[in-house]
Design a protein around this ligand. Structure first.
Ligand code: GDP
Ligand code: MG
Length: 390
């Protein structure tokens, strides 16, 4: 029998973000190694290859574009997400990033701020990630003067996006060095974790609100039924609770609950969980659907929003948009087409922040304050916040 999950420490969701090849996955593996070797904690070492390829889930034929690892410091339990490619970040981190309580921005001391570094910071801001800690990685091979310059550059980038770059912890680390067991770099990863423990505050959890979980992945377990995974956005759910699946238009009962393979009797806002749903046919539930307390949300197709259109220099469009523009909207874990109406404005340029009305291709739970990304041809061209629904 599996050991049940025991909630002994506050739980937070964090993740690595940053430009490709700056060392996010290496650092993620190094964090688990350093904490596992500290001993006495609930951390198991997760090697690089397991994070980058997530072999178990790949074997089940699921498209995996997000890897979760868990670890514990002396004071907290963390679920940590790492993603292989930039497109995965934009899709998962951004829309799922509403769930991130804090982020570790990985910047290579050799390369400095690169386009994806800026884009991740921008989008993190947009979806309400309020605290970023910087890992200035590859400090083993950078020269100090260059590293000083990169640090300045990162602090400026953070300040430009309202993160208070002067007060942000910037820790010089070597994920690779720590993985190789070099004491100096092991200590650097410890210092990074201390910064995360102290700088990222415990967020307010809406455990008393009606339960809501955006579906990230779906798996079918022969003989047991359909399992959906995701992070609980708000509320609490227990085994035996009735829920509805918005998008699949079905009502069901939660017959099992797990977190990181450990059964639990109750999951709450902020937890990363798998829910076993009774009698839901294979294929009925998909990523992007929402599991919620019955009657607690009304799906809607129309909303108004404030949207920042990324300039071309940040990966955005080079030409204006007009009323009738039909991009993809990434809302929570969903990816849905929408018709844009710019009202009297009629036209908006990259770099502008505008108000727009949107008519989505399908209804979904929407509420003021919800963050989303606008994508087109595989790249992010805008980031917005819902201001009203109708
Ligand atoms: P990701 O794309 O951000 O996940 O980057 P990876 O973790 O896959 O690392 C990209 C490359 O940088 C790999 O060849 C790593 O071995 C190398 N790398 C990662 N961390 C360090 C480090 O701290 N020092 C050095 N010298 N190389 C590193
Ligand atoms: Mg990686």
């Amino acid at each position: 029998p599996k050991t049940a999950y025991v909630r002994t420490k506050p739980h937070l969701n964090i993740g690595t973000m940053g430009h490709v090849d700056h060392g996010k996955t290496t650092l993620t593996a190094a964090i688990t190694k350093v904490l596992a070797e500290r001993g006495g904690s609930g951390t198991r070492y997760v090697p690089f290859g397991r994070i980058d390829r997530a072999p178990e889930e790949a074997a089940r034929g699921i498209t995996i574009n997000i890897a979760h690892v868990e670890y514990e410091t002396d004071t907290r339990h963390y679920a940590h997400v790492d993603m292989p490619g930039h497109a995965d970040y934009v899709k998962n981190m951004i829309t799922g990033a509403a769930q991130l309580d804090g982020a570790i921005l990985v910047v290579s001391a050799l390369d400095g701020v690169m386009p994806q570094t800026s884009e991740h910071v921008l989008l993190a801001r947009q979806v309400g990630v309020d605290h970023i800690v910087v890992a200035l990685n590859k400090a083993d091979s950078g020269d100090e003067e260059l590293t000083d310059l990169v640090e300045l550059e990162v602090r400026e980038l953070l300040s430009a996006h309202g993160y208070g770059g002067d007060s942000t912890p910037v820790v010089r680390v070597s994920g690779l060095g720590a993985l190789q067991g070099d004491p100096r770099w092991t200590a650097s990863v410890e210092a990074l974790l201390d910064a995360v423990d102290t700088y990222v505050p415990m967020p307010e959890r809406y455990v008393d609100a009606p339960f809501l979980l955006p579906v990230e992945n779906v798996l079918t377990i022969t003989g047991r039924g359909t399992v959906v995974t995701g992070a609980v956005e708000r509320g609490t759910v227990r085994v035996g609770d009735r829920v509805e699946v918005l998008g699949a238009d079905t009502a069901t009962v939660v017959t099992g609950l797990e977190t990181f393979g450990k059964p639990m009797s109750q999951a709450q806002a902020g937890d990363n969980v798998a829910l076993l749903l009774r009698g839901v046919p294979r294929g009925a539930v998909r990523r992007g659907h929402v599991v919620a307390a019955p009657g607690s949300v009304t799906p809607r197709g129309r909303f108004t929003a404030r949207v920042y259109l990324l300039p071309a220099g940040q990966g955005g469009r080079s030409t204006p948009i007009t009323t009738g523009y039909r991009p993809q909207f990434h809302i929570r874990t969903a990816d849905v087409v929408g018709d844009v109406d710019l009202g009297e404005l009629g036209v908006a340029r990259p770099g502008d922040t505008v108000t727009m009305a949107v008519e989505l291709g399908r209804d979904m739970p929407l509420e003021a304050g919800l963050g989303f990304a606008i994508r087109e041809g595989g790249r992010t061209v805008g980031a917005g916040t819902v201001t009203g629904t109708g």
